[in-house]
Design a protein around this ligand. Structure first.
Ligand code: GLN
Length: 322
């Protein structure tokens, strides 16, 4: 079916979804990283960026929260820019694990293969792939420069979060060394883990993440900065990875009920990509048992359902001015 959607309809649906979900309770802040346990649980933001550069922001959309696992998306893009999508497929994979983000078992089951750059194992492996090899500071500049280009503004390292994660990331140490055992770390092990930990500790806003989502939805062309950030061919590759594992063991349920590929982080952020239409991001710290924000999921689902949108519906949708 061909459908026109006006910008006002989109704004109204966003507003209604936001009001509807605002007082939803349930979930708990991540507590295995001490800093995250203390973030105000009532913060709540919803941001949408359309491909003409229109930005819709409701609530706490300028609050800088820990990007956490949403950072796996930009670094996977960077690895594909530097090594081609096929290079990443070969060295890491593009498969769902169906298991928690920090699963060691997933790595053992695959017997050498991190499956996807969007779980901890594959993300540490992706950090090890980033050029220039052997140079932590320049690798860091490449990682943050890429996030800046995708968001049209820079993320800021939250020092306290970085210290908090570094002091408690024992499970990730085990994953990193297991990757080394399987020859899936392509640089120094400690450096690769440190880069992963640091990228997870970047502060980001929901308005920045919606712009990143829109850049992916727009074939790599950032609708706000008006710059081409990555090759068009990478967009469907990263979106397929997001679709297959963005919510870890709950990914199928998420896609079934929301109809939009999205990636979560334990900081409470969720970034969604609606190819050809928009990027959407929501933020609220309390999480469900898989580490996915309860309110962010609810508000994105509500928005999608109100507009009867979904990647599997097969509708040809055009966003038009009012
Ligand atoms: N830094 C966190 C970790 O490695 C990220 C997890 C997440 O957001 N799902 O455990």
């Amino acid at each position: 079916m061909e459908k026109n959607l006006t910008i006002s309809q989109i704004k109204n649906a966003a507003n209604e979804a936001y009001q509807e979900v605002k007082n939803l309770t349930g979930g708990k802040n991540a507590n295995y990283i001490p800093y995250l346990a203390n973030v105000d649980s009532n913060l709540f933001g919803l941001s949408i960026t359309l491909l003409d550069g229109t930005c819709i922001n409701l609530g706490d959309t300028e609050f800088k929260f820990g990007i956490e696992s949403v950072s796996k998306v930009p670094t996977a893009i960077l690895a594909m820019i530097q090594h081609t999508p096929e290079g990443v497929l070969e060295k890491i994979g593009a498969d769902a694990t169906g298991l928690p983000f920090n699963s060691i078992f997933a790595l053992l089951l695959e017997n050498d293969h991190p499956s996807t750059p969007l779980v901890n194992a594959g993300a540490i492996s992706a950090c090890s792939m980033i050029a220039p090899q052997g140079d932590s500071e320049d690798k860091w500049k490449a990682i943050t420069g890429n996030i800046t280009a995708l968001c049209a503004s820079a993320p800021v390292l939250i020092d306290e979060l970085y210290e908090s994660e570094t002091a408690t990331n024992f499970n990730n140490h085990s994953i990193a060394w297991l990757l080394k055992n399987y020859d899936r770390i392509y640089d120094d092990v400690d450096m690769s883990l440190d880069l992963y930990t640091r990228q997870c500790s970047l502060g980001i806003t929901s308005s920045q993440l919606a712009i990143m989502g829109a850049t992916i939805a727009n074939g790599g062309f950032n609708p706000v900065s008006k710059l081409q950030v990555f090759d068009k061919e990478i967009a469907p590759k990263i979106t397929s990875m997001i679709a297959s594992v963005g919510f870890y063991q709950h990914t199928g349920d998420w896609l079934f009920t929301s109809g939009i590929p999205a990636k979560t982080g334990v900081g409470g952020g969720v970034m969604g990509v609606m190819p050809g239409l928009f990027g959407i991001a929501a933020f609220a710290p309390p999480l469900d048992d898989a580490g996915n924000s309860v309110k962010a999921q609810a508000v994105i689902k509500s928005f999608m359902n109100k507009l009867d949108l979904g990647i599997f519906k097969g509708d040809k949708i055009k966003i038009v001015a009012d």
